[in-house]
Design a protein around this ligand. Sequence first.
Ligand code: F6P
Length: 546
Amino acid sequence: MSLLDQPAFLALQGMKAQEQMLSLSERFAEDANRFSAFSVPFGEHMQVDFSRQLWSVEVKAQLCALARDMDLHTAIKALFGDNLFNHTEGRAALHTALRMPADASVNLKGTNVVPFVHHELARVKAFCQQVHAGDWCGFSGKTITDVVNIGIGGSDLGPAMVTDALACYHDQGIRAHFVSNMDGAQLAHVLQQVDAERTLFIVSSKTFSTDETMTNAHAARDWLLAVCGDATHVNKHFVAVSTNAKAVQAFGIGAEQMFEFWDWVGGRFSLWSAIGLPIALTLGFERFEQLLAGAHAMDEHVRDTTFEQNIPVLMALLSIWNINVLGLRSEGVFPYCHDLKRFPAYLQQLNMESNGKTVNNQGEKIAYNTGPIVWGEVGTNGQHAFFQLLHQGSQVVPGDFIGFARSGYDYPEHHRKLLGNMLAQAEAMAFGKDYDEVAKELTAEGLSALEVAKLAPYKVMEGNRPSTTILCDELTPYNLGALIAMYEHKTFVQGVLWNINSFDQWGVELGKKLAARLIDDLADDEETTAHDSATKGLIAQIKLWG
Ligand code: F6P
């Protein structure tokens, strides 16, 4: 039965008008316990406050009923075992196995995959130890100081985001750099910063065929060869992380230098596998294990917690309420933490590549909205860019504020101000400022009645703009692992409720195919006839100027 036909969904639609009559100010005034009623703890280190969402106890109950009616329990259970969630590619989605303890068991077609996971983790650990101990050296016998991860999408965004986020823990003497883009500028900038004799390239690609990655990897190899002059040295400076052993070997990276993962790990869910190698190299393997432990704790939470207290489930249900009932189709994410500056980009791939779908699991076109536009920026920078629209714009955008009570940096005044700003923005979005308050303030400033009447309308903020606040004690590897897994599970649960395959990404294929043809068309001087007039016109102009 489609979401739209679910009795609980119809009930939610029926509640909309009544719910919209109550503002957040009224809801808080009516219920002194609203914060505790809608805040959910995750262990001792994280608390998620949903009280500033435009919902009530009744809406929450109905949303949980919807999840039950749609058999979310069974879907969540299946995420931890043999499943075929990615049915269009004939694959399971088993990223939760990547953070299971060694004695756990996850059977896929009769085989327990956990031993494979731990075998590969042990190889990552041994490799990190070799590099950190200075036992792994470059061609001239010098130790490694820089690693350059060459990958894109899930083979870049996760490790890059986590490595950045945990900058406080970089104590292994290794700097990490990331090259993803087809624009050679990025590779050029990174190569300017590193010494070939001390640099290790990690070519990360699930398929080992992604054009951006292979183009960058070949260019990096040429750069290295120009310095060392001997192809046999490539193995000292290149390792690969992939599912495609044949292609890795064809590139010239030996089996010993290849770390494996599996087709049951989606690219955007892969940072927990050997794709996390740059993380382990910069932070140390033990901290990578803490990251996995945090994610595993969130896995247990989503699997074992009743929906009413289940953070990822509630986040996903709120998306259904906001997107499908209230019509709020975009979601902001605002980490008040500079080291999480890549988090919005990471979330964009996680959520938009997963849930940007319009065909359901039965192959039918669906008649409701699915994946929201996810975007964001760190606070306080965002406040001086787009927050104006959040407060007074014609579109209401629900946002997630993410903050940490303690900072890893020794600037206590900065941190107090940072958190003060985060709380202020969420408060301003929720409660705004009405005409009377604005008029009172302007009068107190000495403005005449006429001046007040003229200026006040511009200063009124309606408020009633929903947000969630995710508060942690500190940005530790464990907490970050839990935070990321929380959003992974939110994404998955959304997909279940929307009845879509969150694990394929066919939409990116057409662009890739067209690009291959256009790259050829740009290479010669022939006039191209195979395209529309806009493409032909632009090709001609590029050739003229190029
Ligand atoms: O953008 C499409 C995509 O397939 C992503 O899903 C994936 O994370 C990325 O490209 C990179 O793919 P690969 O790891 O195979 O190079």
